[in-house]
Ligand binder design. Structure first.
Ligand code: NOJ
Length: 584
């Protein structure tokens, strides 16, 4: 080989080394750039109606939450999200607001709210409020006025179709028995639009006056010092008001056509400029859609929002064209892992993700994603908590999951409170469908499973209420409750506290790169989280049997920091629902 060739090869080698090093530094910077509290946070969701009742009316309230502030702090969480606490006829439990500037009398007073907010802040806990502005209640004064006359100054706060133009162009409604999104109003001889129940008229965001009203409401709560908003149904606010016919490929996939009004992102950018940036608010939105759509909401260069929920993973495993009907074949872990991989990689450079397995619109995570049989309930609950707190993305954790609460599984339709359940039941009934099959499915997927009252202790009323609870309490409260969990050092509750401590102490668990390990393994969800020469290997067996995997790593070099069986030996053989966090 000539000297020239050797020199050339050396040059190439040096160039490769330098460029690789630069690339590594670039990856590090991307992962670590724009560090903020909400990226590192574990957000604990409180459904106020079901958390703690202080006055014996069977409904949770603000004073109840105040009485549990120390407990909430003891979990090691960083922020809370409160479901709507505003005045409401509660046909959709607070997602039908009749007064945006007042606290529901069922929950207490504004004074109580101020005390609660101060109590959270004194404990270093930030507060997300729910913002429900795709629609309001039909009992909101705006709608009451608007529905009196076309000349009302509030008429254009809503979407109307004048009856003289004939039938309105078809739109679907999610909480309407007939699935029809227009409701006739006699006084104005016109139809109003409601994507949800007919008691939830959609607000007209095309009207700048309405948008200012919304920003004023947001400023009202921001001035009180709240830290962020969880934004309900936000992707639906902007509509194409030429109401084009839905394309044939619509086929019930309403998110794709409803969540894409031409000015959607203009409005969010306007909101950001008016309220979000000036008040330094953090935001997480129900911004449905696939990854490219969702990215648009949270790409920081666009000045819109911070985070959006991943609906693709949570809606996985249901039969197509049937509402939340679990697939009797179960759900495929390998495909589910790929969804997380896709969503994680979408946010490696811009935007930020969220990780959650439950909320008030979902059943209990242990029933849906784990196993609520007595021998596996706590184990699989700990395994799922490990997942939520070791993935990249802000962790949203639902109250009660820290003690492994599971689905109540009502037998009778009368036991349900939820408007969604009753609507779907009526639809199946009207079609002459199999109601028994429907109710069986709902034992797994219905929202009320996640809304049963918090189980504080084994006294009657589960320490939740001294009265008659608004929704039945899961009868297993006699053994599954906070008091029992506090007394048992091996409980899911103590395990959860270890997880929040571990996550807080390790930047790699917050910002570190996520890489699937043994991706095609049908039983185990395994991944690494890596940052600055520190690697965590997380092994999660999602099955009720022993499982093995191939990590390709020398496990003898790792240190097991947490394991739900108490094991300290890292192994490629996992017991049912075993979870391990191993540090390298
Ligand atoms: C999403 C909320 O989370 C859900 O509970 C509610 O029913 C609908 N939006 C309508 O507001």
């Amino acid at each position: 080989m000539s000297y020239l060739r050797i020199g050339l090869l050396l040059l190439i080698a040096v160039w490769l080394l330098v460029s690789c090093k630069e690339k590594n530094t670039a990856t590090k910077q991307t992962a670590m750039q724009n560090k903020t509290w909400w990226k590192e946070a574990v957000v604990y969701q409180i459904y106020p109606r079901s958390f703690k009742d202080s006055d014996g009316d069977g409904i949770g309230d603000i004073k109840g939450i105040i009485s549990k502030l120390d407990y909430i702090q003891s979990l090691g969480i960083d922020a809370v999200w409160l479901n709507p606490i505003y005045e409401s006829p509660n046909k959709d439990n607070g997602y039908d607001i009749s007064d945006y500037r007042n606290v529901s009398k069922q929950f207490g007073s504004m004074n109580d709210f101020d005390t609660l907010l101060a109590g959270f802040h004194q404990r270093g806990i930030k507060v997300f409020m729910d913002l429900v502005v795709n629609h309001c209640s039909n009992e909101h004064p705006w709608f009451k006025e608007a529905s009196k006359s076309r000349n009302s100054p509030y008429y254009n706060y809503f979407h109307w179709w004048p009856a003289e133009k004939g039938e309105p162009p078809y739109r679907f409604s999610i909480f309407d028995e007939k699935g029809y999104g227009w409701e006739f109003n006699k006084a104005t001889n016109s139809y109003y639009l409601h994507y949800f129940g007919d008691f939830q008229p959609d607000l007209n965001w095309e009207n700048p006056k309405l948008r200012q009203e919304v920003y004023d409401i947001m400023k009202f709560w921001s001035k009180k010092g709240i830290d962020g908003f969880r934004m309900d149904a936000l992707a639906f606010i902007a509509k194409d008001t030429t109401w084009p016919a839905l394309p044939p490929e619509y086929n019930g996939v309403w998110v794709m056509y409803y969540a894409s009004g031409p000015h959607l992102h203009d409005y969010i950018q306007e909101m950001n400029k008016e309220v979000l940036t000036p008040y330094k608010l953090a935001t997480v939105a129900e911004a449905m859609g696939d990854v490219p759509r969702v990215k648009k909401f949270v790409d920081e260069d666009r000045n819109e929002l911070n985070m959006a929920y991943n609906f693709e993973a949570i809606d996985f495993g249901y039969l197509p064209n049937e509402y939340k009907m679990p697939d009797p074949q179960g759900w495929d872990l390998v495909k589910w892992k790929q969804i997380y991989k896709r969503w994680d990689s979408a946010f490696t450079e811009k935007g930020w993700g969220t990780v959650y397995l439950a909320n008030h619109d979902q059943p209990r995570m242990v029933t849906r994603w784990g196993n609520d049989a007595p021998e596996f309930r706590e184990l699989s609950s700990k395994m799922l908590s490990t997942f939520i707190l070791t993935m990249r993305g802000t962790a949203f954790y639902y109250f009660g999951d820290e003690i492994g609460m599971n689905n109540i599984k009502f037998d009778k339709v009368e036991d349900y409170n939820d408007v969604e359940l009753h609507t779907n039941y009526a639809q199946v009934k009207a079609k002459g469908g199999d109601l028994k099959r429907f109710l069986e499915g709902m034992k797994i997927s219905s929202r009320d499973n996640g809304r049963t009252p918090m189980q504080w202790d084994s006294t009657s009323g589960a320490g939740f209420t001294l009265g008659n609870p608004w929704l039945k309490i899961n009868p297993n409260y006699t053994t599954v409750n906070v008091a029992a969990a506090e007394a048992n050092q091996n409980s899911a509750l103590h395990y959860f506290r270890k997880l929040t401590t571990l996550r807080k102490a390790n930047e790699a668990l917050q910002y570190g790169a996520f890489t699937l390990v043994d991706a095609d393994n049908p039983d185990v969800f395994a991944y690494t989280r890596t940052l600055n020469n520190k690697t965590f290997l997380i092994l999660l067996n999602f099955k009720n049997k022993t499982a093995t995997l191939k990590t390709g790593m020398d496990l003898s070099k790792g240190k097991t920091l947490l394991n739900n069986y108490g094991s300290t030996n890292a192994s490629e053989t996992l017991q049912p629902y075993e979870a391990s966090v191993i540090e390298f």
